[in-house]
Design a protein around this ligand. Sequence first.
Ligand SMILES: Nc1ncnc2c1ncn2[C@@H]1O[C@H](COP(=O)(O)OP(=O)(O)OP(=O)(O)O)[C@@H](O)[C@H]1O
Ligand SMILES: [Mg+2]
Length: 499
Amino acid sequence: MSLELRGVTKTFGSLVANDNINLKVDDGEIHAILGENGAGKSTLMNIVYGLVQPDSGEFLVDGNPVTIHQPADALAVGIGMVHQHFMLIPVFSVLENIILGHEQSTKIGSLESSAAREKILKLASEFGFHIDPDAIVENLSVGVQQRVEILKALMYDAKILILDEPTAVLTPQETDEFIEIMKKLRASGTAIIFISHKLREVKAVADKITVIRQGKVVAIADPKSTQEELASLMVGRPVNLTEKKTIHHDNAVVVKVSELNIADEVGRPLVSNINFEIHKGEILAIAGVQGNGQTELANAMVNLHKNVHGSILLDGQEIVGLSVNKSLHSGIAYVPESRELDGLIGKFSIAENLILDTHHEQPFAKGIFMSNKAVEEEAQKKVVEFDIRTQSIDAPVSSLSGGNKQKVVLARELSRPVRLVVACQPTRGLDVGAIEFVHKRILEEREAGRAVLLFSTELDEVMTLADRIAVMYKGEILSIVDASATREQIGLLMAGVKS
Ligand SMILES: Nc1ncnc2c1ncn2[C@@H]1O[C@H](COP(=O)(O)OP(=O)(O)OP(=O)(O)O)[C@@H](O)[C@H]1O
Ligand SMILES: [Mg+2]
């Protein structure tokens, strides 16, 4: 099945999010869409799926005009979508989620549970998914949840599948498996529209690449182009993907973590026997496959976790047991892993979010003075400095694109006078231009003598930034190696192999 978009335009006030876009996706093709944060990719996909109404534009399926006003219309003509943020109900089973799919289509009501189960199992074996229809969604890993989302779309016979940043939350191994799934789907005749900021992946699977900048199609690129070529097409300037750093020399210890142990509510250990130091002007990266205790350790650094035993000294002062607010005020910047949950308040304006001094609910209320001129000036400055793409600092943060939300968190946290920066997945969802900027910014923090604790599952990022690398495995630090370690050595440690 082919899909063609003609002249799709969408404005939000004076902002032109999509400007007369033409796009043709052929039968069984993987068509990647590349573009900066805020370029208009998600908006365009939401239009195709009927979630957003365009100001103008036409859709043709197999050459015939179709009207799409709601997701049911899209599903009816064979278009399915997996969103940037999953829409599964955590306490329901896989089967229930698939039957009860919230995007009500005419077909959904008629799906019987036994027939659905059979179809799930058939599709799962066809595409090599290991999925138990009766498993409860919240117990599944992110990678498996994503397969459930894909199954949900395939259940309604989607012939064109829209995948909006499907790999942003996957581990490297899950990503490889996911790429295989895309290839199998293509082989079965399904066309895929694939959005990703990871150029390596795009090059690995795409048959065709459309590049969007500021709402306009600026190029149709060849997947054989180099990453540098693709990057500069996206952002309109050359991008340096491997920032070089100087060797650091300061021996003063800023952070000393000793015998740190973290347990869950019933006392089972989550993180055990953590010991490390971070020096002035040093970046210590915590690498590892997601789910090996990194989140708990990061949270413990600002006392977001309750059951913590052991010691964290910041310039010699104990911070374990302080409130979250006090921890932050003792001189810690904190970029949380999930900006959706901890970093931002969607309905507050960009200016307000830029001055929330903590991500925690209670204390920030006192910090907000909307009429305060200084706050506005500060916000204007940050928007320029961090290239936050918005029309107004008074717009709600929820109206920003995914990557621009992340820039708001970074702009706030990397602007406070601190001694330690704890950054969790700081470049998740960012375009290559923004990644370059954030890496430069983190290195500036280091130059300024701050200690940086970087949590990242991106090996490239770890290798680019870190002075030393600690690899976590099953809640423990397996080893701390210096920056000259090879990808292979770190990869083995990530898999739990200690030489
Ligand atoms: N509901 C809305 N109201 C106002 N502006 C919006 C709305 N939705 C999107 N925008 C704006 O439209 C532009 C395009 O956003 P979109 O989410 O499509 O970007 P994107 O290409 O998906 O970026 P990212 O890579 O960061 O996810 C952005 O400037 C965004 O702020
Ligand atoms: Mg998007």
